[in-house]
Design a protein around this ligand. Sequence first.
Ligand SMILES: Cc1cc2nc3c(=O)[nH]c(=O)nc-3n(C[C@H](O)[C@H](O)[C@H](O)COP(=O)(O)OP(=O)(O)OC[C@H]3O[C@@H](n4cnc5c(N)ncnc54)[C@H](O)[C@@H]3O)c2cc1C
Length: 474
Amino acid sequence: MSELSIVWFRRDLRVADNPALTKAVEMGGVLPIYIYDETDTDQSAKGSANSVWLHQSLKSLNASLDGKLRFFNGDPEEILPRLASEVSAKHVFWNRFYTPHRVTVDEGIKSALQEMGVDAKSFNGSLLWEPWQVTKADGSPYKVFTPFYRKGCMNAQRPRATLPAPEQVDFAEVELASQTLDALQLVPNMPWTSEVMKGWTVGEAGARAAWGNFVDGGLDGYKKGRDFPSKAHVSRLSPHLAFGEVSPHQIWAALEHQTDSEDVAHFKSELAWREFSYYLLFHFDEFATQNFNAKFDRFQWRTDNEALLKWQQGQTGIPIVDAGMRELWQTGYMHNRVRMIVASFLTKNLMLDWRLGADWFENCLVDADRANNRASWQWVAGCGADAAPYFRIFNPVTQSEKFDAAGDYIRQYVPEISDLPDKYLAKPFEAPSNILRQVGIQLGRDYPQPLVDLKKSRSRALDAFAALKEATES
Ligand SMILES: Cc1cc2nc3c(=O)[nH]c(=O)nc-3n(C[C@H](O)[C@H](O)[C@H](O)COP(=O)(O)OP(=O)(O)OC[C@H]3O[C@@H](n4cnc5c(N)ncnc54)[C@H](O)[C@@H]3O)c2cc1C
C-alpha cells in the first residue's frame, strides 16, 4: 500500500546514498521539502558564500527531484507537524545532524510527530561512524585524534554500504502552500556573489566531477602534495561534503576500489578528521563557542579592530597571509596549509581571539562547516582537543619558502609584488631598497609594511602563553 512520506532535506542535498529518501521511496508517495530556518546557527547557511552555495545546491537538488522540492521558511518544530497533518503524512524521514542543540530539537520534533501517530525516523547520512558508536573502553569519548581513529573507528562497525539513487520516485501530488526558492532570498545582492562561484560546479554532479578530477590527477601523491597550495593535490570536495552533495560513505567506498597506498590511507585519515570534528561537537556541548581547554578562558586576547580588518582584507604586509585571505575572498576557499598559516598569524602573532577568525571564515568559505571550522580553529589556537601545542607558532616566511618556494601562490593572489625576485617574495620587508626600486615597489604605498614584527609578536605570544600556564598551574 502506498503511504505518503515527507522527506526533510537538510545538509544532505543529494539523491544518491540518501537513506531518508530511499526509505520514503520504499514506502510509496514522496513529498520532499526544505525548511530554511535562519535561527539555526548549526546547519543553516549563515555566511554570504555559504548562502550562495546553498541556493545553487537547492536548485540542483530540485532539478534532480523533477522540480518537486517544496520550500519553507521558518521553524521546523512548528512547520513539520503542521505539514504532516495537512497532507496526512504517514511518515517523516530525515538524515541526522549531530550538534547537541540540533539533536535536542530533532528529538522534540520526533516525539511531537510520534504523538500525532506519524512514524518519524532519522538516518545516518553524513558520518562514517556515529559519535556514540566510538568510545573508549570505559565508555567516555576520545579527546585525541589518533586513538579515536586507529582504535575507536577501526574497531567500530564498518561504514554502512552506499545506496543507489532511486530509479523512480513517486512524488505525492498535494495541495500545499509553499514558497519559491528565490523567496528564501539566500543570494546577497552584490556582484561578489557571482564572482566567488566562478570556479565551482555546485550540486551532486559537481561533487562527482570534483572526485573524478581528484582521482585522475590528485590522489596519487596526495600525502606530500597536499601541503603545497599551488599544486592540484587536494580534492576540493569540502563544500560538496559540507552540503551533503556527496556522502563520506560514497567517497570511502570509492577509496576501497583504489589500490592501497600511503596516499589513499592519508586521504582516509583526513576524512576521519572530519569525523573527529563532528564527534567533538556532539560530545562536548559548548565546543563551537567555548575553549575546549578551559584554561584558555583566562588568556588575554588583544582587542585590535584595525588589525582584524587588515587580516580580513589581506593587507597585513605578510604575503602568504595576504594571499590566503584574498584566495578566501575571491574563491570562497583556502588551501588547508594556508588556513593553518593565517589562523596561526591571527591567534598568535596578532593575539586575536580564534572566534573572530572562525566567524570570518564562516562568512566567506563556501565550505563553511561548523564542526570542521570550529575544531580547526581551536586546534591552531592551541585551546582545542588534541591541539597544536601553544608554542607551535608558524613562521609565515619559512612556511612560504617551504611550501610555495617558486612563489606561484603568492604571485597569483598578491600580484602587486609579483616582480620581486623569489628570494624576497615571502618577505618584501627584507628586500634591499635598490631591489625594491628596480621593480618599482614602495612598501607602504604599493604593498603594506608588515602589520607586526614577526619575531617580536612571536615572543609576545610565547610570553602570554607562558603567563597563562603559570597562572593556571599555580
Ligand atoms: C583554521 C581552519 C579552518 C577550517 N575550516 C573548515 C571549514 O569551515 N570547513 C571544512 O570543511 N574544513 C575546514 N578546515 C579543514 C580543511 O582545511 C578543509 O577541509 C580542506 O582544506 C578542504 O579542502 P579539500 O576538500 O580540498 O581537502 P582534502 O585534503 O581533499 O580533504 C578531503 C576532505 O577531508 C576533510 N578534511 C580535510 N582536512 C581536514 C581537517 N583538517 N579537519 C577536518 N576535516 C578535514 C574535508 O571534509 C575535506 O573536504 C579548516 C582548517 C583550518 C586550519
